[in-house]
Design a protein around this ligand. Structure first.
Ligand code: TXE
Length: 487
């Protein structure tokens, strides 16, 4: 559990834990049991103002403002050590909070520590450049400043990983942060703040305020004291946040939805492809933006691959996310479960439901569990094919030629990720290069690591997380021109 007053969570502002000034709370529901496990404090406008003011003071006048990149690197490395030490306890909190099986939430915290270490390495390497000029006897160079106070607005589906993928590059660049967790899963981000505190960051560098999106989230997006909004969530909300942030010329990073195509060619290692296709959707019960939810299979091996995917999928164990054997947990909420099952129901008329599609009962009836689902021969104009379902649902169609596969894959409003399974060099590079997505995996799926830039084309978002570019996006450039006196 996290820092509480009774059952009520606290806010982390200016290096201290405090009560929200409003009495409003929202129950935090464990999706495996349907029972409340805490009451999330709903921050008031005054609390949001206090968090932004603390972040601005830390940025402009506190010890953080005077720290070199070398010193920031040291603090980030201390933060990574705290995350590693707390991985088991953060994992338990995240599992109870949002239902991801314990083995994955614990691993996710260790991966988060890896991300922090990687970005610690950039903190002392952020440099401008010397710029050629057309003017004799002049010197021109650029300086990279931290962009300022960052509002990091995160969703519920991967609260540890997504919080860290914003915090780590922002802190490496010298920014200060107000983190707003999702109301559906606020507890793990609050545990991250405990690691920030133990690592010894100066007050105000990282603040965590909980609350509802239209209240606390919207207040941060509109706040004149915030310089950049980094948001991960649904595309429709991203559209609203991008437009609102533009009114005050804030910098914006939007990591939004996806409907990624996983393309299997007949020459591929079909067992590996079937395993990859299964993992691509079942990890985190399909509640991930990069889920390879559209499966495209070359016609001669279509039925064979579907059979393999169904067999592997059927072998994954669905159950209590606290149990060490569970690989697939519940969905985040009953509302979300109804939405996922509704998508499959609508498509059943046009497609062939090979597996699943229904809420699970028995011992799992109190939780929000849906069976892993495979729907074949889906109408490519249907909502199930085109929209992000965010559940353990794979939709499949056959194709004949590489050109047809690329056309099908790119016929989407999204452009986040995709997979290609083939041993033919021309097909691998040709198809990877033709896909309009931010990431393409070849003979692999879901490989994520901190040095790789990650983000979307089209309606999957704006900006990149991961790699050097992620740090640079948390900086603002100044160009300095000096006219030197001749010596
Ligand atoms: O996230 P939301 P939801 C997709 C997925 C899912 C759908 C909705 O398909 O079913 O989006 O998910 C805060 N101003 N993804 O409802 O609504 C909110 O409090 C400012 C894709 O959980 O996008 C939370 O902290 N902030 C995805 C955060 O925004 C506001 C991850 C995300 O909320 C706000 C999750 C407002 N007006 C869902 N309203 C991905 N890209 O990985 C809400 N928020």
């Amino acid at each position: 559990m996290t820092r509480m007053s009774g059952s009520r969570t606290q806010l982390y502002i200016d290096g201290a834990w405090s009560e929200a000034t409003s009495d409003e709370t929202r129950p935090v529901i464990n999706p495996a049991t349907g029972k409340a496990i805490a009451d999330m404090a709903i921050a008031s406008t005054a609390d949001v103002d206090r968090a932004v003011a603390a972040a601005r003071a830390a940025l402009e006048t506190g010890p953080w403002s005077q720290m070199t990149g070398y010193a920031r690197r040291g603090l980030l490395l201390a933060f990574a050590r705290e995350l590693r030490d707390a991985a088991a306890s953060i994992g338990e909190t995240a599992t109870d909070d949002m239902g991801m099986p314990l083995m994955f939430t614990t691993a996710s915290t260790i991966v988060a520590a890896d991300y922090v270490e990687y970005f610690a390495g950039w903190a002392d390497k952020i440099a401008g450049e010397v710029v050629p000029t057309p003017v004799p006897g002049a010197l021109d160079y650029t300086i990279r400043h931290p962009v300022g106070v960052v509002a990091a607005i995160v969703p519920w589906n991967a609260p540890i990983y997504i919080s860290i993928s914003k915090l780590a590059p922002a802190l490496a660049a010298g920014c200060t942060v107000v983190l707003k967790p999702s109301e559906e899963a606020p507890l793990a981000p609050l545990k991250l703040a405990e690691c920030v505190e133990r690592a010894g960051f100066p007050p105000g560098v990282v603040n965590v305020v909980t609350g509802l999106g239209p209240g606390v989230g919207a207040a941060l997006v509109a706040h004149p004291g915030v310089d950049k909004v980094s948001f991960t969530g649904g595309t429709e909300l991203g559209r609203v946040i991008g437009a609102e942030a533009a009114r005050t010329f804030k910098r914006v990073a939007l990591e939004l939805g996806g409907k990624s195509a996983n393309i299997v060619f007949a020459d591929a290692d079909l067992d590996a492809a079937a395993m990859g296709a299964t993992m691509a959707v079942l990890m985190n019960t399909g509640q991930q933006c990069i889920a390879g939810s559209r499966l495209l299979v070359q016609r001669p091996v279509y039925e064979e691959v579907l059979g393999k995917v169904a067999a592997i999928t059927g072998g994954w164990s669905v159950g209590d996310p606290r149990a060490s054997t569970s690989q697939v947990g519940p969905l985040i909420s009953e509302r979300h479960l109804d939405r996922v099952v509704g998508y499959v129901g609508e498509a059943a008329a046009s497609g062939r439901v090979v597996l699943g599609g229904e809420r699970l009962g028995g011992d799992l009836a109190d939780g929000f569990y849906v069976g892993p689902t495979l729907v074949a021969d889906v109408d490519t104009t249907s909502a199930l094919w085109r929209e992000e379902v965010f559940g353990p649902v794979t939709v499949a169609v056959p194709f004949d030629t590489p050109a047809e596969a690329v056309a099908l894959a790119n016929d989407s409003d999204f452009g986040l990720a995709g997979g290609v399974w083939t041993h033919d060099l021309d097909t691998a590079h040709g198809v990877a290069g033709a896909m309009r997505t931010g990431t393409v995996w070849v003979n692999s799926y879901l490989a994520m690591f901190p040095s790789a830039p990650f983000g979307g084309h089209k309606e999957s978002g704006v900006g990149r997380e991961g790699g050097r570019v992620a740090v640079e996006e948390y900086t603002e450039l100044t160009n300095v021109f000096l006219q030197l006196r001749p010596v």
